[in-house]
Ligand binder design. Structure first.
Ligand code: UGA
Length: 435
């Protein structure tokens, strides 16, 4: 397994769990040292236990030495493809360097399997490189659909398998992948066997669809704000139509993280290179709608705080880009918290898992260990990541800690009636507010 981040580390431990002998390789020495010692470098429910079991089985080890990848029959590439600085395109340097390093240890008959999210056309280019340098070695593209927070479950029980296979040796590559995923295949998991380009596009299309769905409901939220309609009820009502479905129709602060935002941008950039940019111009709007929600949230806070953020004490609940994660990459919550602080508010931020990561990026914000501590003396409380412990707060007890009972629900996650009954003024994106 080349690359031991959120994807690779979980995949490595899961594959060991499925009975394979796995070696995880990464250039990041401290990360490898932690994983080898059974400590998790990031927060992911269930991962610590899985890691401990897999290490104890003797089938999993970690190393920084690429040479240890020699002799494996299957080499997974799980490195990141972040957005390039100052551009929309994906930065492929880690994928390229992983494949180049692999070429040094690869032998005929072995299979390189790309899992990283890459621009369409990458697999064909890498396959040519691999084939030229190591005749008889093969490459397949096998995108990953795991969600952070559910990474273990999604890896061991994925909802589908997608194999992008080479024209030559397709049957051999197919059989090898089936062997790796034997238990998943045996569970009759739907499998789509296709070419490289389709496999690559399945991933970017899926993430673009999810981003579009979220921005659609957030665009409706903007309209609800203009008309006095209620976006939550609207989502419930349209979601009953199973052609639409209720999932991913939660209006609020919008999407963030290390995937959706950069994937839609890289997809647009790639479409431009292919002369098909018109096909994806709508994704620019999806991106715009999404970013506008963060600005709106800051405006709403200012409005609620009598028109000025200066000197106001604001408790922010949540910093991770979603619950059950410590990931703050492009986090809408952290983005709003930072804006509030930059615009003169005194922000006290709490998150069950992400505070350590936040501190490194925003040392000027105050951090608290609990929601109660963050809310002490607050002029307003903002719920920005819908962790269960925040959703389950008791508004009566919580109301005794704050200076002003004003709550802004950035994720439409609180029970509005209960909070209002406890004397709170409740505001949320896309919802009517009691005047
Ligand atoms: C996403 C995809 O869901 C995975 O299938 C994919 O494998 C992964 O990207 C990836 O490319 O690696 P993830 O980034 O973990 O997974 O998070 P999601 O659960 O998709 O949530 C993304 C963002 O959308 C979060 O900030 C979340 O708060 C937001 N969201 C989600 C909403 O604002 N509303 C919703 O209704 C749902």
């Amino acid at each position: 397994m080349i690359g031991c981040g959120y994807l690779g580390a979980v995949h490595a431990a899961s594959m060991a769990q499925l009975g394979h002998e796995v070696v995880g390789v990464d250039v990041d020495e401290p990360k490898i040292a932690m994983l080898a010692a059974g400590r998790t470098p990031f927060f992911e429910p269930g991962f610590e236990e899985l890691l401990a079991e897999s290490l104890a089985s003797g089938r999993l080890r970690f190393t920084t030495d690429f040479g240890d990848a020699a002799g494996a029959r299957v080499h997974f590439v799980c490195v990141g493809t972040p957005q390039k600085r100052g551009e929309y395109a994906a930065d492929l340097r880690y994928v390229e360097s992983a494949v180049e390093s692999l070429i040094g240890v690869l032998a005929a008959g072995e299979l390189v399997v790309g899992k990283s999210t890459v621009p369409v056309g990458t697999a064909a280019r890498l396959a040519e490189l691999v084939g030229d340098k190591v005749p008889g070695a093969m490459l397949a593209w096998n995108p990953e659909f795991l969600r952070e927070g559910f990474a273990v479950q999604d890896t061991v029980h994925p909802d589908r398998l997608v194999y992008g296979l080479p024209d030559e040796n397709a049957d051999t590559a197919h059989a090898l992948l089936d062997e790796v995923y034997a238990t998943i295949v045996a569970a009759e998991t739907p499998k789509v066997v296709t070419d490289y380009a389709t496999a690559e596009m399945v991933k970017t299309a899926a993430n673009s669809f999810l981003a579009t769905k979220i921005s659609f409901i957030n665009a409706m939220a903007e309209l609800c704000e203009a008309t006095g309609a209620d976006v939550k009820q609207l989502a419930d009502a349209i979601g009953h139509d199973d052609r639409i479905g209720r999932k991913f129709l939660n209006a609020g602060l919008g999407f963030g993280g290390g995937c959706l935002p950069k994937d839609i941008r890289a997809f647009m950039a790639r479409a431009g290179e292919l002369g098909a940019d018109q096909a994806l111009t709508f994704l620019r709007e999806v991106d715009n709608i999404n970013m506008r929600r963060r600005i709106r949230m800051v405006e709403l806070a200012r409005e609620v705080l009598d028109g000025s953020l200066l000197g106001k004490r604001v408790a922010v609940l949540g910093a991770a880009f979603k619950p059950e994660s410590d990931d703050i990459r492009d986090s809408p919550a952290l983005n709003v918290a930072a804006q509030l602080q930059l615009q003169g508010a005194t922000v006290v931020l709490t998150d069950p898992a992400a505070i350590e990561n936040c501190r490194k990026h925003w040392p000027q914000i105050d951090y608290a260990d609990t929601a109660e501590e963050a809310a002490r003396g607050a002029d307003a409380v903002l719920l920005l990541t819908e962790w269960r412990q925040f959703r389950e707060l008791d508004p009566v007890a919580f109301g005794k800690i704050v200076r002003q009972k004003r709550v802004l629900d950035g994720r439409n996650a609180l029970d509005r009636d209960v909070w209002e009954a406890a004397g709170w003024s409740y505001r949320a994106l896309g919802r009517r507010h009691a005047s």
